[in-house]
Design a protein around this ligand. Sequence first.
Ligand code: HEC
Length: 171
Amino acid sequence: MPVRLILAFLLLCGIVAANGCSKDPADNNTDETNLYTDAAMYQEISNGSFYYYQSDTATLTAAGNSPHGAFKLLFNQEAKNALGTDGKLAVGDTFPAGSIVLKDVIRNGTTRFYAAMWKQPASSNTNEDWLWYEANLDGSLLESITTKGSGCIGCHRANANRDFINSFDLH
Ligand code: HEC
């Protein structure tokens, strides 16, 4: 084999090996977690279809130790599928991956900001398998998912038996 051909062959082997390396499982994991960003969360909330809690569009009054104020409670399709005929998650049950529980926080009759929980166990930012998020209607952040619910979980842990959702016992 001419020397030049051998060199070309070795070079080709090197390229294949390098490409092989960049496709190892560690990189795939990084891609997985990067799917769940504040921007993706905002997309889901602002473009997705949501269903009102117990099919009631009325504004609910904050209860218990809620800091959020008056609100409407909504569920995406995945979350809705897990609810019983009473519109609540059964005690001891959990929501499937992809579920979003969304709070439209209402002031003077209109939505002022969003508070939301997104079930994404594969993300590195979860706390109790949920991503915790708050944003204004234009998507500007009030609470990034990267804070891992540090300002949220304290209160929501009170309802660990209903997958950290407080409303089912209060409303
Ligand atoms: C001081 C306690 C407290 C803190 C802190 C808190 N929450 Fe809540 N949250 C509540 C209560 C109580 C409810 C039940 C509904 C109501 O009456 O407001 C609620 C309801 C919700 C809901 C609707 C689903 C449910 O659990 O009923 C979402 C979504 C939510 N909170 C997100 C958040 C996020 C995100 C944070 C952190 C940025 C947060 N909450 C911080 C007490 C709290």
